[in-house]
Design a protein around this ligand. Sequence first.
Ligand SMILES: [Zn+2]
Length: 278
Amino acid sequence: MARSARIGRIEVLNIEDYAPPPFDPPDFFPDVPLEAWEAHRSHHALDENGKFRVSFGAFALISDDFVAIVDTGIGPSVPEMFGGGEGRLLPRLIEAGIRPERVTAVLNTHLHPDHVGWNMTDGAPTFPNARYYFSARDYEFWTGEGVLSDAPHIPAQAQPLESLGLLELTGDGDEIAPGVRALATPGHTPGHQSFLIESDGEKGVVTGDVLHSRAQFTEPEWCAGFDMDKPTSIATRKALIERIVVEQLTVAAGHLVVDANIGHVVEIENRRYWQPLL
Ligand SMILES: [Zn+2]
């Protein structure tokens, strides 16, 4: 099964940080009745025990011109609510030949704790030569009154980058590196962004948390409990899936399980399905 794909001159490589213990599906998708999952079990949306699994991790985008990391996982020490283990992103990046000094850009899809966990390590930027890219809208939201006090990961993993002068704030369509552009995909969080990749005529997208389950390619109206604005997240998901199909994008969807989180969307008898790269 594939951990990487090539989009023109850009290699997309998945690196897992941590796999939390599997969830009972309604704990993750509170509005989706358990029976509704049955039709998707044959498409491997649940594991053999009927549980829902996710991965926390990152995608490295590697070209001759740059090394970018999209999201930085949950971080070295995993909170109890996700199993209390140890995140492994940094040692695994190094194993893959990506020393932190080589990374030129860190792109955060949004500022939830499972996406910014390795932005900083022991109070210093984990990637010392990188600039860090947050969506302006998400950063404004998470640092706003009444939000910040409940989000200790923001002063730990986000705000120091501003003080250090390493932060770039992005908006829809901004080019971050040659062939990599921000795409506003709000709903999961107010300023959630995905990243479009285009190189030598080939195209792809790193979706972030536009979706969490492969079943959502077929059932775009299903929302994760963590989706903050559900109607907006549904509209965003439908629009992005349409674009994926029309433009035949290669998709990197980080929360899908490892070895099956890079792939394409196929249409069979007017329904759409996730097809991981083999
Ligand atoms: Zn997430």
